[in-house]
Design a protein around this ligand. Structure first.
Ligand SMILES: *Cc1c(COP(=O)(O)O)cnc(C)c1O
Length: 230
C-alpha cells in the first residue's frame, strides 16, 4: 500500500510540475511519519525516500536511534525550549522556530555540541488565533535578531495553512508566504538564506507547488490515515 500511495503522490507532483513549468527536483517531498511504525519508514527508504517529518521530539529521537539506515529527520511540530538539547545533533532541519527565545536555546545547545543547526521560521500567515508561528509583521525583526547567532542557519520559511474544504482557499496564504520570502531577500540580512519554502500538506500541496513551495510535507497521502490512540 505504501508503495502505491507514494507512486500516486509522485505522479501528482509530476503532473503539477508539468502544468506550472517547474522541475521535479525543485521540490523536496517530506514523508510525514508521525505515529507510524519504523517498518513503514524502512519500507519507504528501500524505495528511495530519504526525508522524514516528525512532530514530536521524543518520537523523532526514538526513531533516530532505532533506524538502521541514514535518513534526514525534519522536526515539523512545535518545539519547546527544554527539548532542544535532545535534537540539535539529530535533526536535519527544524521547521518550527517561532521565537527568539527558542532560537537562542538552539544556539546554546548547538555550540555545546559543536554543530550548526538548519532552521525555518514558522509563520502564522493566515493570522489564526490558535496557531503556532510568528505573525507576518514580526518575521523580519525576528530574523534580524537571529542573524547574529553563529550556529543557527536560517534556510527559509514554513507555514501550516488553515484547514479548508477547498484547497484553492489556501492559495492566497501560500502566495503571501512566498511574497514575504521575497521581501526578506530584498533586505539582504547577513547569515539569512531564503531558499526553502516549506508549505503544502496532503490536502493542498498542489496549490502550494503552484505558488512556489520547495518542500511539501505529506503524511496521510503516503501513509494513510493516522490513528492517535494506538
Ligand atoms: C501532520 C503534519 C503534516 C502532514 O499532514 P497530512 O495532512 O497528513 O499530509 C504536515 N505538516 C505538519 C506540521 C504536520 O503536523
Amino acid at each position: 500500500m505504501l508503495r502505491e500511495n507514494l507512486y500516486s503522490v509522485e505522479k501528482n507532483i509530476a503532473n503539477i510540475c508539468n502544468s506550472c513549468n517547474r522541475t521535479r527536483d525543485s521540490i523536496t517531498l517530506i514523508a510525514v511519519s508521525k505515529t507510524k511504525p519504523l517498518s513503514d519508514i524502512e519500507e519507504l527508504v528501500d524505495i528511495g525516500i530519504n526525508e522524514f517529518g516528525e512532530n514530536k521530539v521524543q518520537e523523532l529521537v526514538d526513531k533516530y536511534e532505532t533506524i538502521s539506515k541514514p535518513v534526514h529527520w525534519h522536526l515539523i511540530g512545535h518545539l519547546q525550549t527544554n527539548k532542544v538539547k535532545y535534537i540539535v545533533d539529530k535533526v536535519y532541519l527544524i521547521h518550527s522556530v517561532d521565537s527568539l527565545k527558542l532560537a537562542n536555546e538552539i544556539q546554546k545547545e548547538a555550540v555545546k555540541k559543536n554543530v550548526n543547526v538548519n532552521i525555518l521560521i514558522e509563520v502564522n500567515i493566515a493570522n489564526e488565533e490558535s496557531k503556532f508561528g510568528v505573525l507576518k509583521d514580526e518575521v523580519i525583526p525576528l530574523l534580524e535578531n537571529i542573524s547574529v547567532l553563529s550556529n543557527v542557519k536560517v534556510k527559509g520559511l514554513m507555514t501550516v495553512a488553515p484547514f479548508v474544504e477547498n484547497e484553492e482557499d489556501n492559495r492566497v496564504h501560500f502566495r503571501n508566504l512566498k511574497q514575504l520570502s521575497l521581501d526578506i531577500i530584498s533586505k539582504n540580512i547577513d547569515n539569512i538564506n531564503m531558499s526553502i519554502l516549506s508549505m503544502g500538506m496532503t490536502n493542498d500541496y498542489r496549490i502550494a507547488i503552484e505558488e512556489g513551495a520547495t518542500m511539501i510535507r505529506v503524511g496521510t497521502g503516503i501513509f494513510g490515515s493516522r490513528s492517535y490512540d494506538v
